[in-house]
Every structure is written in structure tokens, then in C-alpha cells.
Design a protein around this ligand. Structure first.
Ligand code: APR
Length: 252
């Protein structure tokens, strides 16, 4: 493994433009549940007997806000109850060393920001958990913690409308600004793309890896398990992000 890590580190040192892609596996090392795979959130049904994807959908937030917020609150409590780990910090350090190192994350936990990744080079494609905003009047209500201790769904103090986080729920569109940034940067090309802790379940997560490889760039996956992407990258580092990323930075 170490010689492979050294090879990946060499590619990073030589690279100008780098894209890091992260998923729930990176925050699994902070104790947060992943969505799929072993003990994944989405493997089961909710107590109400519906798939979690239905409970966490845009239509459920409109139809039964209390039910949707029951599971949003669980996600919120999990994120607020843990913190960024050495993997997030290694990524922030790499972005400090490489001014054209971009970060595309599917995670809504906010750990990349708290670990010091520069917001101007962070693409949060599934949004983030805070600040909440009112669906009726648009008022912003920053304090997620306070609302989690009150009856759900949280209501706007100005118009009593239902509040929601700026996350992408199932059935909802991806944030246009984040998508535009991703495709603007993808259009400039990347020398190296490293996919970390994701099952690569979405086309906008797979495409940057395949396009970079097709254009002659170097592609890496860091994941203890194999995914559909594992056969299609130059190097699959089979391990936990928390183990691999600090070692990788140690070579740079
Ligand atoms: N280090 C690296 N990878 C890990 C670790 C770890 N310690 N632990 C688990 N993994 C891997 C798993 O093998 C799996 O491939 O992380 C991946 C997590 O996959 P998912 O749970 O599907 O999470 P993710 O890929 O981020 O899901 C994408 O789906 O529903 C949406 O909004 C949700 O953002 C999420 C998106």
C-alpha cells in the first residue's frame, strides 16, 4: 500500500489542477452513519414502514412536514454530535498546498468548512444543513440546534411557515450555482481526481472521474470496499480515508 500511496503522492505533487470528491465514507470516520453499504441509513425502512428516501423527499416535506423533519432532525443531531476528522483536515491542508485543488462534496455535515477547506473552492452539491429558511416568507433562521429541541416541524417566527434546511432532498433539483461551478471547473480539466468515501451513486459524481481519465488525467479511489468505479480508475486505494489521507499528505 505504501508504494501505491507514494505513487499517488507523486501525481499530486506534479499536478496543477486537482479535484477531490468526497462522500459519507469520509465522515464515517467521525462516527456518522453512511447511507448505503454496511449499516447504511438507506438500507432499511423507517418505523413508519416507508423507505428513508421517501421520508427525506421534497414531496414528503410538503405533504407531511412533521414526518420529514423527524428524519431531518436525526441527520442534524448526528452531524451536530460529531466533528471533522483527520481526513477532513488532510484535505484542507492539501487545498492550502495546492491553490487549484477543488473539493466536490456530497456531504451536508459542514465538516469540510470546519476543517478549514476554503469555501471558494468547495462545491457542496447536496447543499448543507444550516442556516434554516422559511419556505413561505424566505426569512433565514440560523439556529438549527435550538429548533431541534422544540416540537417539529420548526416554524418561522415571522409567519409561522415551515422552516427547512438548504439541503437537496430526494426528488429535488441540485443547486444551480454548485452545478455551474462544477461544470465550469470541469471544463478547464483536472490533472488528478481523487474520489474518497463515496459509493459513486450519481452521474455527476462519476462523470468528473471518467472525463479526467479519458483526457489523460490520473484517477484515484479511496474506499475500503470496491465500487463500480474501482475498475475504472488508475488506482484503487483499498482503505479508510482516515488511514490513507494523512499518510498521503505525509508524502507531499
Ligand atoms: N473511508 C472511506 N470510505 C468509506 C469508509 C471510510 N472509513 N467507510 C465507508 N466507506 C465507503 C463505503 O464503502 C461506501 O462506498 O463510503 C461509501 C459511502 O457510500 P454512501 O453511503 O452511498 O454515501 P455517498 O456515496 O456519500 O452517498 C451519496 O447519496 O442519498 C444521497 O445525500 C446522500 O450524499 C449522499 C449521496
Amino acid at each position: 500500500m505504501d508504494e501505491v500511496i507514494a505513487r499517488v503522492a507523486q501525481a499530486i505533487v506534479a499536478a496543477e489542477r486537482i479535484l477531490l470528491i468526497t462522500g459519507a465514507g469520509l465522515s464515517a470516520d467521525s462516527g456518522l452513519p453512511t447511507y448505503r453499504g454496511l449499516c447504511g441509513l438507506y438500507n432499511g425502512h423507517t418505523e413508519e414502514g416507508i423507505p428513508i428516501e421517501a421520508a427525506l423527499s421534497g414531496s414528503m416535506l410538503q405533504r407531511d412536514p412533521a414526518l420529514c423533519w423527524k428524519y431531518l432532525a436525526q441527520l442534524g443531531e448526528a452531524c451536530l454530535g460529531a466533528e471533522a476528522n483527520a481526513g477532513h483536515r488532510a484535505i484542507a491542508e492539501l487545498q492550502r498546498l495546492k491553490p487549484e485543488c477543488w473539493l466536490l462534496t456530497q456531504n451536508i455535515d459542514g465538516y469540510h468548512r470546519s476543517a478549514g477547506s476554503p469555501p471558494e473552492r468547495l462545491i457542496e452539491i447536496h447543499g448543507e444543513l444550516a442556516p434554516l429558511y422559511c419556505q413561505s416568507c424566505g426569512a433565514v433562521d440560523a439556529d438549527l440546534v435550538e429548533h431541534l429541541n422544540k416540537p417539529l416541524p420548526p416554524r418561522c417566527q415571522h409567519c409561522a411557515g415551515v422552516l427547512r434546511p438548504p439541503v437537496v432532498l430526494f426528488e429535488e433539483m441540485l443547486p444551480e450555482r454548485a452545478l455551474n461551478t462544477l461544470y465550469r471547473e470541469l471544463g478547464k480539466g483536472f490533472d488528478v481526481v481523487i474520489s474518497i468515501g463515496t459509493s459513486s451513486s450519481f452521474p455527476y459524481i462519476v462523470e468528473p472521474v471518467l472525463r479526467t481519465r479519458q483526457a489523460g488525467g490520473f484517477t484515484v479511489e479511496i474506499n475500503p470496499a470496491r465500487t463500480d468505479l474501482s475498475e475504472r480508475v488508475d488506482v484503487h486505494l483499498q482503505g479508510r480515508a482516515l488511514d490513507v489521507l494523512p499518510k498521503l499528505l505525509g508524502h507531499i
